[in-house]
Design a binder for this molecule. Structure first.
Ligand SMILES: CC(C)(COP(=O)(O)OP(=O)(O)OC[C@H]1O[C@@H](n2cnc3c(N)ncnc32)[C@H](O)[C@@H]1OP(=O)(O)O)[C@@H](O)C(=O)NCCC(=O)NCCS
Length: 158
């Protein structure tokens, strides 16, 4: 099974992050990384990370390309919410999406303020639906989800 290594987005890897692309058919499923980084710039509850293969771990300068991007939010209600996940189209279907979710869940479980781990995806996103279900996410019947009818909200069963 592949493993990932997460790093902060810095001046050194910003361009690579902005250049990551999903497939054209997936563009409506996730915000651009530029938008996510702009949101994180003004919201200190958002934590964006670059995704690398775990072989990069331990090197000051990554020896392999950035593969994807993930961003989570720690909200005041005790929710660790995985807001964004994307793997560049060139590296999809190699296990990196699943490995990134496993790593983020591991981190969120260690966070003292997080009591619920949750995420959402667009209704038509069958790949995300089945990936999250296989990781143990189940429908999250939270009131404000009703005002976002195009989105499915799920939370991790503890
Ligand atoms: C969702 C996404 C992150 C998955 O990344 P990935 O690296 O391809 O995922 P993995 O290789 O770990 O595959 C995870 C599972 O999804 C399946 N899968 C991935 N892409 C698929 C595709 N295009 N069609 C069908 N199944 C697919 C894999 O077969 C695998 O299933 P399995 O574990 O039962 O074998 C990636 O497709 C993506 O970036 N999509 C666009 C953005 C998006 O939808 N983000 C999530 C919601 S915000």
């Amino acid at each position: 099974m592949v493993k990932v290594h997460l790093r902060k987005i810095t001046r050194d890897n910003l361009k690579e992050c902005l250049n990551l692309q999903v497939d054209n058919s997936q563009k409506s499923l996730v915000a651009t990384n530029a938008q996510s980084l702009a949101e994180a710039y003004v919201d200190t509850n958002l934590f964006p990370f670059a995704v690398y293969d775990a072989s990069v771990c331990g090197y000051e300068q990554p020896q392999a390309p950035m593969l994807g991007f993930i961003m989570y939010e720690i909200d005041v209600g005790g929710v660790g919410f995985i807001m964004r996940l994307m793997i560049d189209y060139k590296y999809q279907r190699q296990g990196y999406g699943r490995a990134t979710m496993i790593e983020i869940i591991r981190r969120l479980k260690l966070h003292p303020d997080v009591e619920i781990i949750a995420t959402s995806y667009r209704k038509e996103n069958e790949v995300a639906a089945s990936l999250y279900q296989s990781l143990g996410f189940t429908p999250w019947d939270i009131e404000w989800a009703q005002s976002h009818p195009t989105e499915i909200y799920v939370k991790l069963e503890s």
